[in-house]
Write a protein that binds this ligand. Structure first.
Ligand code: F6R
Length: 613
């Protein structure tokens, strides 16, 4: 996951930036760099690989200065090499930028800039930002104005930190959306900028968290915060607890809320290094596959527990639809004793956040003992499920602390989509045009998720209204049916409200008898191929006095006429809709439990890692 650190003050910036980047190392990265203002001009050191390589470079060619910015990068646009590593510098050498997020319209911006004569030195989307700042500075003569104008041009969700030799007394930082958190650390006669608190905690405990669409001008003695239209903001200065666990929670009340909000970034990181948007291709080298091996696969069995199994259910539909390989989903605790039909042409694919779930590991062993090809999608680095698999897709979402899984649910949804496209390509099931379009859709996901998070207040209102219910029914169909299961699981595990999920078409075969005013129905009705079917289920529930809470796409008049309780989501390509529909359901469960005053992060009877049978 990309990390940012910046410093301005009276001390040598280089070691402070390197140390800060080290504190973010656990998030993962594939290149690193820093820029320091030395005697009035910007000096950059950057390299592929680990921070130790950057340190060696800095030892060979030291840079000294009292203001600087640094970055660890997971590649999204262009391979991890020194040229593509951040910071990126403009053509005049006067402006330098580090960036977290994806510039969704970078191709258009790049073409426009090239047509105006700009020369690009990297394949990154980030380089467009520094060239735009440079261009706007030429007309405005103000760094803040040029950053504002640049932000207005960028589509997507971003955290940006800028430094310039033209205005050597400041760092400008900005946040738009949720891809890049920006925190400003305040101290005596020096200030810090970072993407994450751990980077600056050794220097200060006083911090300002930028909200979306805010920017900060950070000088040695002062920090001024504005909205991106230039209006003054009086930000709240937070005093961060000394307890390292509480400190990690940062601006959020609970880890679960923090982790829900981290998803723009975790999903950006999920794509990092695996997608080449220019080529429209997916790279999953970690599976050691070639076309012959991919063609020999006759069946995939996805095995997992709980939330991870719900991700697997979405994966079945994605892989069958895109790659046309038969997929079964097997609950790991059942699969391990089921004497399953598995052979050397079967892939057993385990999904696990912890990588230590006893049932999942036993299911993997069962697959292996029958000669299956063993793959896994795992979050915890170095865990058993990662080690015993022949090929493992690491989730890249960072540690998940809240017991109820959120960011480790949406990441495997994207991993499974990537896997489906990768397999389809290797097996020659899709042509390059289809592949390009499938890959291109991925670019939108982080900001679609960000839009859902921006609507948290509306979900909170619904949570207030329904928090005293004792039962709820969740309905979905097709690719969103597993999201109904996941939404119900989230609600029951943290709020202790009984929630059941059904494929909506099953209602008439029994569960519809349950419906009355005290049993609200949460209905997933995004714009997917099952939409019409879902509408008729909603009508049937309403005809029996049920109150319906719908998850629906912006502008859906039909739903608006049917119910007043709607969690709106932005228009989304249907194969990716489960990632987006998950967000309001996570927020809904979270706010109900939080309003009820429950222990959201550690619900009763549950453990984060279930290492016993
Ligand atoms: C629910 C939840 C659990 C886990 C399950 C598997 O929010 O977190 O259902 O998904 O215990 O755990 P992992 O993914 O660690 O194998």
């Amino acid at each position: 996951m990309c990390g940012i650190v910046g410093y301005i003050g009276g001390r040598d910036a280089t070691p402070i930036i390197l140390n800060g980047l080290k504190r973010l190392e656990y998030r993962g990265y594939d290149s690193a760099g820093l820029a320091v203002l030395e005697n009035g001009h910007i000096e950059i050191r950057r390299d592929a690989g680990k921070l130790s390589q950057l340190e060696a470079l800095v030892n060979d060619m030291p840079i000294k200065g009292k203001i600087g910015i640094g970055h660890t990068r997971w590649a999204t646009h262009g391979e991890p090499n020194a040229r593509n590593a951040h910071p990126h510098i403009g053509s005049t050498g006067d402006f330098v930028v580090v960036h977290n997020g994806i510039v969704e319209n970078y191709l258009t911006l790049r073409e426009e800039l090239i047509a105006e004569g700009t020369k690009f030195n990297s394949e990154t989307d980030t380089e467009t930002i520094v060239h735009l700042i440079e261009k706007y500075y030429a007309s405005s003569g103000s760094l803040v104005e040029s950053v504002k104008k640049t932000l207005a041009q960028l589509k997507g969700s971003h955290g940006i930190v800028v430094m310039s030799s033209k205005e050597p007394d400041k760092i400008v930082a900005a946040r738009v959306g949720n891809a890049g958190g920006v925190v400003i650390g305040l101290s005596e006669d020096e200030n810090f900028v970072a993407s994450d608190l751990p980077a600056i905690l050794e220097h200060t405990r006083r911090a300002i968290f930028l909200e979306s669409r805010q920017m900060a001008v950070v000088t040695r003695g002062e920090v001024a915060v504005y909205d991106i239209n230039g209006k003054d903001i009086h930000p709240q200065v937070q005093n961060i607890a000394w307890d390292p666990v509480a400190a990690e929670k940062g601006e959020y009340r609970h880890f679960m809320q923090k982790e829900i909000h981290e998803q723009v970034r975790s999903l950006t990181d999920t794509l990092a290094g695996r997608v080449d948007f220019d080529e429209g291709s997916v790279l999953l080298h970690e599976l050691n596959l070639d076309s012959d091996k991919a063609k020999r696969i006759q069946k995939i069995i996805i095995t997992a527990c709980g939330t991870a199994a719900h991700a697997g259910m979405v994966g079945k539909l994605l892989i069958e639809h895109i790659a046309r390989i038969p997929v079964e989903v097997a609950i790991a605790s059942e699969f391990r004793y089921a004497d399953p039909l598995v052979d050397k042409n079967t892939v057993v694919l385990a999904i696990s956040q912890s990588g230590e779930t006893a049932d999942t590991l036993a299911a993997m062993e069962e697959g292996r003992s029958k000669g299956a090809i063993l793959w896994s999608i795992v979050n915890a680095i170095g865990s058993q499920a990662m080690r015993i698999a022949e090929g493992c897709i690491a989730m890249q979402v960072g540690p998940e602390i809240g017991v109820a899984s959120t960011k480790a649910f949406t990441a495997p949804l994207l991993d499974l989509y990537l896997l489906a496209v990768y397999l389809a390509d290797l097996r020659g099931v899709i042509d390059s045009k289809q592949r390009y379009s499938l890959v291109n859709d991925l670019m939108l996901v982080p900001s679609l998720v960000g839009e859902c998070l921006d609507r948290e207040a509306a979900v909170l209102d619904l949570a207030k209204k329904f928090r005293h219910m004792r039962h709820m029914l969740y309905l979905g169909r097709g690719i969103n049916m597993p999201i109904a299961y996941e939404g119900a699981l989230k609600l029951k595990e943290i709020s202790y409200i009984h929630a059941e999920a059904y494929p909506a078409g099953e209602m008439k075969h029994g569960p519809i008898a349950l419906i009355d005013k005290s049993m609200p129905v949460v209905a997933l009705t995004p714009n997917d191929p099952w939409y019409d079917k879902m509408i008729s289920q909603i009508e049937q529930a309403m005809a029996r006095g049920g109150e319906v809470i719908a998850v629906a796409t912006d502008g859906d008049k039909l739903i608006r006429d049917l119910t007043d309780h709607i969690m709106w989501i932005p228009k989304t390509p249907w194969l990716l809709s489960p990632v987006v529909t998950s967000i309001p359901l996570q927020l809904f469960a979270y706010h109900i439990a939080s309003l009820l005053g429950l222990d959201v992060d550690q619900p009763r009877n549950l453990a984060k890692s279930v290492t016993v049978e």
